[in-house]
Write a protein that binds this ligand. Sequence first.
Ligand code: ACO
Length: 324
Amino acid sequence: RPYSRITGTGSYLPPRRVTNADLAAELAQRGVETSDQWIIERTGIRARHFAAADVTSSDLGAHAARHALEAAGVAASQIDLIIVATSTPDMVFPSAACILQNKLGIAGCAAFDVQAVCSGFVYALTVADAMIKAGAASKALVVGAEVFSRILDFNDRTTCVLFGDGAGAVVLEASDTPGILATDLHADGRHVGILCVPGTVSGGQVLGDPLLKMDGQAVFKLAVGVLEEAARATLAKAGRQEADIDWLIPHQANIRIMQGTAKKLKLPLDKLVVTVDQHGNTSAASIPLALDAAVRGGQVKKGDTLMLEGVGGGFTWGAVLLDF
Ligand code: ACO
């Protein structure tokens, strides 16, 4: 079977929904000032979900994975590869993928994490596609799962209003007909400092600052340009045109970056899948969360051509063009 194809999608949001007004009220108690209006105007975000303190990325990911397996009609025992994209794993090691595998009640198949921050899902899907095409796997579970609330500095209003927790998953199967048409991945480590969590664990202690730091304007400037390049590269590899794209499903970081990308690709805004308003930026989880919302909401239909695009810390970026 020469191709790989998505056969099921799933997602999960932790139940606690925090609106901008809720968050502004919580932050005010710390003396941090923000407003619903500022957050909506600059980012398009209206609400996000935060996981309870004892809930991990693998918990959220396992819920999303079960929904994707059900949608695909595949039993967990048939899965022969699990890749979890996350920057907020449960532990330093083992991987969230191994922990998630156990939560699904299976054992034996390959399982590992991919760390490419907000590009993580596009990276993980690319790796799964390559492994299936190489014959190393036939039914893969590809998950994006994050608890970004754990690494937010709630005294820094320029970052803590942007992110949320959640998970999304797809089942990717070997297929006789094309699904994934082209992929394109990049990184540029010169930009480590513009978006990072600089701390680490060493000698039994946290060394350095374990909270997210971001130069928002530097990220913004880089993001729109590289997203256009990655999209065009996949179209060229697949011999397709911009007009062939039925749905653009970019990483959900900021509505202005997303609309800027659609504009550069000459796509009408009604082809843009938007969940950032309800989810905030869920990093590696945002693309599979948006994909699943669009599938279950009846927007994305079988046979549609989808452009998935990620960009984030590293700096990393990439795109996956596929027939759904
Ligand atoms: N509430 C109220 N005021 C705020 C807040 C807040 N939450 N945050 C910042 N401000 C203030 C600033 O202090 C500043 O005030 P000043 O003019 O008195 O100094 C003013 O608002 C403007 O701040 P800027 O940083 O210039 O605002 P900008 O328009 O650049 O928007 C934002 C900031 C939303 C972070 C934007 O730069 C952005 O979206 N960047 C992209 C980054 C991103 O999306 N990152 C997500 C992670 S990366 C990824 O996923 C790709």
